[in-house]
Every structure is written in structure tokens, then in C-alpha cells.
Design a protein around this ligand. Structure first.
Ligand code: CP
Length: 323
């Protein structure tokens, strides 16, 4: 199992994956998962395998897609909660570590954990004999989201090397941005434009990592400045659940970080617009959703949406971990 997962036991941080594993193992397996889903293949390669799903933090996509992926491959979800702090003995003061050790004792093959504090997945992994999948840890990382984002970029642009991307919004706490930025350190010639108000800039440790890995990046407050230059818009929401105060996305002084028709008019014809979702007011949906370049939720024809990519990537991850 560890070998097929690029030497990793747990999935904790995006920077732990190798480019070779992403391109030669994960993406081909993800293509296979798409093909078997479209064919309606009901085989049960993960029959007898058990997954525990622990979420301490709101989720639709990550929780649902991991559960659906596991069931679609014939595995079982033997214990799950959408609020582990409320619906387990953590409500009585039990530590995350004791929760994970106890569930290890009961036996399962993998634990999918969303935690509301940065470092939660690493704390869990430190006491777990079975793999921990970090399904988002506070303002830290969301590595499986970044893998699906990268997969969808590859699908649409047919390349990752040399792309230009605008990563927009609450970059300080946006964990999907953190993980995706780390992944770009594995590729050549990627140019990143970080677009945020001054108080929500990307963290210094990520900038240091990008410098070390020769990824060129620039910072600005106005997405209009870079709209005509990028192949990918990666829009993100304001992380109000992690304490960021809502702000005006179209403020000329604080920063222009909304995607609307004005941005579509500036953007390249073959660019794509991504968003890990959920989306609130940072995309003017009535203007952007009908555009072919919007691929975050539902696409026209057979173009892959980010949402669909999420299920295929998570099927591939579970297969590679458990089969
Ligand atoms: N993209 C993402 O993590 O969505 P959820 O919070 O709904 O899981």
C-alpha cells in the first residue's frame, strides 16, 4: 500500500506528493475511475474494506464525495459523524488523540478527518496505525482538493507546466490555495498571481517554499490587472467560518477580487474558472455560470467540472490506499 502511495502512509500535506506519482499513478487511476463510472461498472474492488469519516467542520463536497467514492467501490463507512466535537466524547473533553487511538482499536482501514484546527490531521496521524486522510484542517491544508484541482487543470488545459494562474480571495486562511500552491512547486514554469486584500495575503512560509522551488509569483489587490494574462482563475470564498470578516469584493481601495462579466471580457478565450466551493458572493453567478470557461460546478456538454473531478480523484485515492 505504501509503495503504491508514493511511499506515504498518510495523506496530510500537498508537498509530500511527488510529481512522478501524481502523473504516473494518480492521474491514470483517476481516468480509470471516470471510465468505470461512466460505464456503470458495479464491481466491488473494496469489498470488505472499512472507512471512518470524522468531520469537525462543515462540509458538503469532501464528505459526500469520499462516502460516495467508498460505497461506489464496494467498501463500507463503518462510523461517521458530521460534527465530531458534538457527537462524540470530544464533547465531554476527550482529546483528538484518544478519539483516534480508540477508533484504531476498533479496526478500520482508513480514517478521513476534517478538523477545525491547523495541524489536526498531523496530530491524528502521529497516533494512528491506519492511514489518515486530511480532508481539510482549519486554515492549514486540503491536499485531496488540490489534487482534484490539478487534475481538472490538466484535463482542460492538457498541461500544468508553464501555466499562469490567479489565486484570488482569502489567501491567508484558504487551505485549498495553500495546498495547490505547494503542488505547483512540483512543476516547471508555473506563474502564480496571488490576488487578495492586504490583510488576507498568502502566508510567508508558502512564499518561501515557492522561492525555493523556483515558482514565480506576484501579489496584487486587483484581479483586473492580471485577468488577460492567466490560463486559470482560482477563486475562493471568504473564510468566515475561520474568523475572516466579510469584505466588499469590488472595493476599489481594499481590493477588486470578484469575478464578474468585466473579468470574463478581459479573460483569455481558452482560460478556465475554478472554485473549490462553496461559493458565496465572490463570483457573480448569473453572469459567469453560463460562460463555457466556468467549470467549477456544472459544465455544458462533456467538459469535466471540478465537482465531478472530486469524486473521481477520491475514488482513485481510496483504491490506491486500500485495494
Ligand atoms: N471544497 C470543499 O472542501 O468543499 P466542502 O467544504 O463542501 O467539503
Amino acid at each position: 500500500m505504501e509503495k503504491r502511495f508514493g511511499g506515504l502512509k498518510h495523506i496530510l500535506r500537498a508537498q509530500d506528493f511527488s510529481r512522478k506519482w501524481i502523473e504516473e499513478v494518480l492521474f491514470p487511476k483517476t481516468d480509470e475511475m471516470e471510465a468505470r463510472t461512466l460505464k456503470g461498472d458495479r464491481g466491488q474492488p473494496l469489498f470488505g474494506k472499512e472507512m471512518i469519516s470524522l468531520f469537525a467542520g462543515e462540509s458538503l463536497r469532501t464528505r459526500a464525495s469520499f462516502n460516495i467514492a467508498m460505497k461506489r467501490l464496494g467498501g463500507e463507512i463503518t462510523f461517521e459523524t458530521e460534527d465530531v466535537r458534538k457527537f462524540s466524547s470530544m464533547a465531554k473533553g476527550e482529546s483528538l488523540e484518544d478519539t483516534i487511538i480508540t477508533l484504531n482499536e476498533y479496526g478500520a482501514d482508513v480514517i478521513v478527518l476534517r478538523y477545525d484546527e491547523e495541524g489536526g490531521a498531523e496530530r491524528a496521524a502521529a497516533v494512528s496505525d491506519i492511514p489518515i486522510i486530511n480532508a481539510g484542517d482549519g486554515g492549514g491544508q486540503h491536499p485531496t482538493q488540490a489534487l482534484l484541482d490539478l487534475y481538472v487543470i490538466q484535463k482542460h488545459l492538457n498541461r500544468i507546466d508553464g501555466i499562469s494562474i490567479a489565486m484570488i480571495g482569502d489567501l491567508e486562511k484558504g487551505r485549498t490555495v495553500h495546498s495547490l500552491a505547494y503542488l505547483f512547486g512540483k512543476f516547471d514554469g508555473v506563474k502564480i498571481y496571488f490576488v487578495s486584500p492586504d490583510n488576507l495575503k498568502i502566508k510567508p512560509d508558502i512564499k518561501e517554499y515557492l522561492n525555493r522551488h523556483n515558482v514565480r509569483f506576484f501579489e496584487t489587490k486587483d484581479v483586473r490587472e492580471v485577468a488577460s494574462k492567466v490560463d486559470v482563475f482560482y477563486q475562493t470564498r471568504t473564510q468566515t467560518n475561520l474568523g475572516t470578516k466579510p469584505f466588499d469584493r469590488a472595493d476599489e481601495k481594499n481590493g477588486f477580487t470578484v469575478i464578474n462579466k468585466q473579468i470574463l471580457d478581459l479573460a483569455k478565450k481558452d482560460s478556465i474558472i475554478l472554485h473549490p466551493l462553496p461559493c458565496t458572493d465572490e463570483i457573480v453567478r448569473s453572469e459567469v455560470d453560463p460562460d463555457r470557461r466556468a467549470v467549477y460546478i456544472k459544465t455544458k456538454g462533456d467538459r469535466m467540472s471540478q465537482v465531478k473531478g472530486g469524486i473521481y480523484i477520491r475514488m482513485a485515492i481510496l483504491w490506491l490506499l486500500l485495494f
